[in-house]
Design a protein around this ligand. Structure first.
Ligand SMILES: *Cc1c(COP(=O)(O)O)cnc(C)c1O
Length: 472
């Protein structure tokens, strides 16, 4: 990439310095497109028509990318008094916004069972980082506790968040049920228990399976003086039915932009609140939003805090969406979970005759198929994903989790009708049959999308997302 200093020197004046920082003033006008409003509208409409979106069709990778988010959330997030509020406004001038954050924390406390919540982190990975920073601070005086146990099916951000807080990771293999291998965990604790700060777990895990040993695991870890961290990026399976506290966890992060209704596609903005038990509350980032019986205020006076993890309060508009979603759903959040779990099991049962199902158990909000049978016929999971795009269906998450060959992770979520689910099932069955009868056809898909087969090698090696404007 060219830096400003390597660019065509004729475009810039001689460098000048302010506070030892070099600046170059532009002397020729920028080569910007000169277009009419009408042309601009048509340009963006065309781009939007090319795009696949939830308004057009089904996403079998659900809340992790794009579950349906009720439109009322967009309405409240755009309300003038929220959208145009300045973060430096005095407490007395933004009581409504502070009340919203305070109330949202109360709701998330009920949902997670935790004693205190911070809304500050701006993404799931950021929440993990913040949480592991709290774990680090908690063990500050215990020089030995420098290791974190992480299952082999964990989201890739987990080991990174541990590592960035100076922990070493110990990977633990899954057992034949897809859960944490309890015997191996006991062995690790026996051998190096006093070095273990925490275990980071996702439950249900990324295979969509609930770890039935969780109470045994939390007992073992607590006896050892370690903390249990819950990756709650996706609460779609358990909301209202159980919570991380009941499972024995001490610290948890949530992705409001997955379960709590902010579009996740495109990578942001998001919010990754962190919930903690009482003993960890004093470490939470500042400011804390508090209520003194009369007014809401931001409290910076927290001597044990880990400090700030983002500018101001994180992504406030995501908080407004989550608050609206929780208020409008109320206790039926529990039904959303039940429906999401039912839909996933329905698809799984219908498809397991056609695709390899590595863990044949009741799943939670998602399940993972393997494309191994089809791969033997020369059709990879990637090729099947491209075929799905021809059927007005977004492909599922593929090749994750890494422990399943040719993985397809399917998460239908709670809001689709049975008709849509049946349609998807039929398409997948057609694909399985086509692999048997006509595997060569898979070299051509997709044939109906605005952009056909992209050259993936070229895209990976020479990615160019730059806007090119031709002046002639
Ligand atoms: C999505 C996800 C994350 C990371 O969330 P981001 O907001 O993308 O940083 C972490 N863990 C799990 C299990 C996830 O599904």
């Amino acid at each position: 990439m060219k830096t400003i200093f390597e660019k065509d020197k004729n475009l810039y004046s001689k460098p000048f310095f302010v506070d030892k920082i070099e600046f170059n003033k532009r002397i020729t006008p920028l080569n910007l497109p000169n277009t009419t409003e009408l042309e601009v509208m048509r340009h963006y409409k065309e781009l939007s028509d090319r795009n696949f979106c939830i308004e057009k069709g089904f996403y079998p990778l659900g809340s992790c990318t794009m579950k349906y988010n009720p439109r009322i959330n967009e309405f409240t997030a755009r309300l003038d008094d929220f959208a145009n509020l300045h973060p430096l406004q005095d407490d007395q001038d933004c009581q409504g916004a502070l009340e919203l954050m305070y109330d949202l924390e109360q709701s998330l406390k009920i949902i997670t069972g935790m004693d205190a919540i911070t809304l500050q982190p701006c993404a799931g990975a950021h929440g993990e980082f913040c949480a592991m920073n709290i774990v680090k601070k908690y063990f500050e005086k215990d020089k030995k506790r420098k290791k974190v146990i992480i299952p082999d099916n964990a989201h890739g951000t987990n080991p990174m968040s541990a590592k960035m807080n100076d922990f070493d990771c110990i990977e633990i293999k899954s057992d034949e049920n897809g859960g944490v291998n309890f015997e191996e965990l006991k062995k690790i604790i026996n051998e190096k228990g006093e070095e273990i700060a925490a275990i980071m777990m996702t439950n249900p895990n990324t295979l969509g399976l609930f770890d039935e040993n969780i109470l045994k695991i939390s007992e073992l870890m607590h006896k050892n003086g370690s903390l249990l961290y819950y990756d709650g990026a996706n609460l779609n399976a358990v909301m209202g039915h159980t919570n991380p506290r009941l499972m024995g966890f001490d610290i948890v992060h949530l992705n409001l932009h997955k379960t709590f209704s902010t579009p996740h596609g495109g990578g942001g903005p998001g919010a990754g609140p962190v919930g903690v038990i009482k003993e960890l509350e004093k470490y939470l980032p500042i400011p804390r939003v508090e209520f003194n019986g009369q007014k809401y205020f931001r409290n910076y006076e927290k001597p044990y805090t880990i400090g700030k993890v983002s500018t101001f309060f994180g992504n406030f508009s995501v908080l407004v969406r989550a608050y609206t979603y929780i208020l409008s759903m109320g206790k039926s959040l529990k039904n959303a979970s039940s429906d999401a779990v039912l839909a996933a099991n329905y698809i799984k049962e219908k498809l397991k005759k056609y695709f390899k199902l590595p863990y044949n158990r009741t799943c939670m909000h998602e399940f993972v198929l393997s494309g191994d049978f089809q791969k033997e016929k020369g059709v990879s999971t990637l090729m099947m994903a491209k075929r799905l795009m021809d059927s007005n269906c977004h492909p599922p998450t593929i090749y994750f989790p890494l422990i399943v060959h040719e993985a397809m992770m399917i998460e239908p979520c709670e809001s689709e009708t049975k008709e849509v689910l049946d349609n998807f099932i039929n398409t997948m069955i057609e694909i399985a049959q086509e692999v048997e009868n006509n595997p060569e056809k898979f070299n051509e898909y997709p044939t109906k999308t605005p952009i056909l087969r992209a050259d993936e090698t070229l895209a990976a090696r020479q990615l160019n997302t730059k806007y090119e404007f031709n002046n002639e």
